[in-house]
Structure formats: C-alpha cells, structure tokens
Design a protein around this ligand. Sequence first.
Ligand code: 16G
Length: 243
Amino acid sequence: MQIDKQSPVPIYFQIMEQLKTQIKNGELKADALLPSEREYAEQFGISRMTVRQALSNLVNEGFLYRQKGRGTFVSKLKMEQPLQGLTSFTEDMRSRGMKPGSRLAEYQLIQATEELSSILGCGHQATLHKIIRVRLANDIPMAIEASYIPFDKAGKLDASHFQSSMYEHIEAYNQMPISRAKQELEPGAASEEEAELLGIQPGAPVLYIKRTTYLQDGTAFEHVKSAYRGDRYTFVHYMDRVK
Ligand code: 16G
C-alpha cells in the first residue's frame, strides 16, 4: 500500500480505496487479520485517527468486521446462496448468523395489470400491495425486492410488516404453509436508481430474479422482481448427473 501525502485525495480515502482493491482482487483473503491501527499509523507516518476513520468506514461498508479484543478482519464479500430450497431472505440471513433488515423504498396499493393478474391468477384489477424493499444484511444493502401481493393474501399491511418477514406473515395470515416457487434469473447492469438504493456504481453487475411463490393450496401469493448485487452473491446449484 502506498500513501501520497501531497495528493488532494484525503489520506483516509486513499487507504480505503487500496484496501478495497486488495480485498476485491483477493490479495487480502476473507477472515485475514489486518495490521493494527498503530502498525498502519507507524508504517505510513500518519495519525491513528486517520487509520481509524478508514477502517471504520470499511466496517460500515461491509468490507471489514471487528472482533472485540482480537482486531479487524476482512469480510467474506460474497454470499453463497443455494438456488434449490425455498427460503425467505430473513431465514437466509439468520442461517448465516447475520442480522436481516429492510428499508422501505416504496409502498402503494395498486390495481393488478393484465400481466400481474395472469401471473398471480387473481381477478382482473384485483387490489395488490406493491412493496419495494431494500434488503439488508448487517445493515448492508444486498438486494432490492419489488413484490406484488394480492390484498386478500396479506390483509392490511403497516410499517411493522415491512420490517419483518413477509413469508412469516403470509403463512400466519393464510393459516397455510408456503410450498413452492418458480424462479427466473437474468444478469443485468444496475440502473441509476438501483445503484443508488444498493450503494453501488450505476452499471455494476446485478442478477435479476423473478419469483412467483405459491401456497400449499396451489394459489400464488407473490410475484417478486429483485435485483441482487453481483459483487455480494454467488448463486450455487447442486445437481445430480443425468443421462
Ligand atoms: C426472498 C425472495 C422473495 C421473498 C422474500 C421474503 C428471492 C429471489 N426472493 O428474498 O421473493 O419475498 O425472500 O423474505 O429469493 P422475508 O420473509 O424475509 O420478507
């Protein structure tokens, strides 16, 4: 790592950028222990405050994590998400020991378009909840989900529903388990708006997933269009050899 003290670019920012590059290109491996603030400060002849600012920002952006009394470590950047097995975002994050969260970007009641009513098998012009949420893992944006849910499958929704698991609510409301889903995956590039919500650069790779999910009685209760961060996800599918 090299610091240019004459540069107009603030030193903490130079450190951040260089550490990010080393993490992204694998020079710094997941779970590697970083030198201490004091060591960095001595190495570059800068103040510990400056080093702390750079490291704290990288912790907030999810590139590093801290362990009390042990030091600062490199985060595992990519999450492996199995493609088989129907799970909710909340369950996925909890099974990884991460804190699931949501930020509501948009909510409104709309009338089903022709396309949505045929996908959801609901009456023409049925009332749907349109919910756009940014899904967070340990407060870091991972994906945007735009879901369309027939009003009669969810009832009235308020802020508390948007902050917690929609699947849990749907199963309780309908007194019926969720049973299956159909999913389509397509690569893409983040639009300006998506980039803003996800905290990435416009044009950065995203994976678009469309999912229609059904209750045990065979009726569809949601159609979701989501955009997953390409720099944070690896989708994994296990398969058996067939001839
Ligand atoms: C997953 C689903 C999404 C569903 C959400 C419910 C995909 C592509 N999407 O993120 O369709 O609405 O889980 O999560 O996997 P929740 O119960 O935590 O609200």
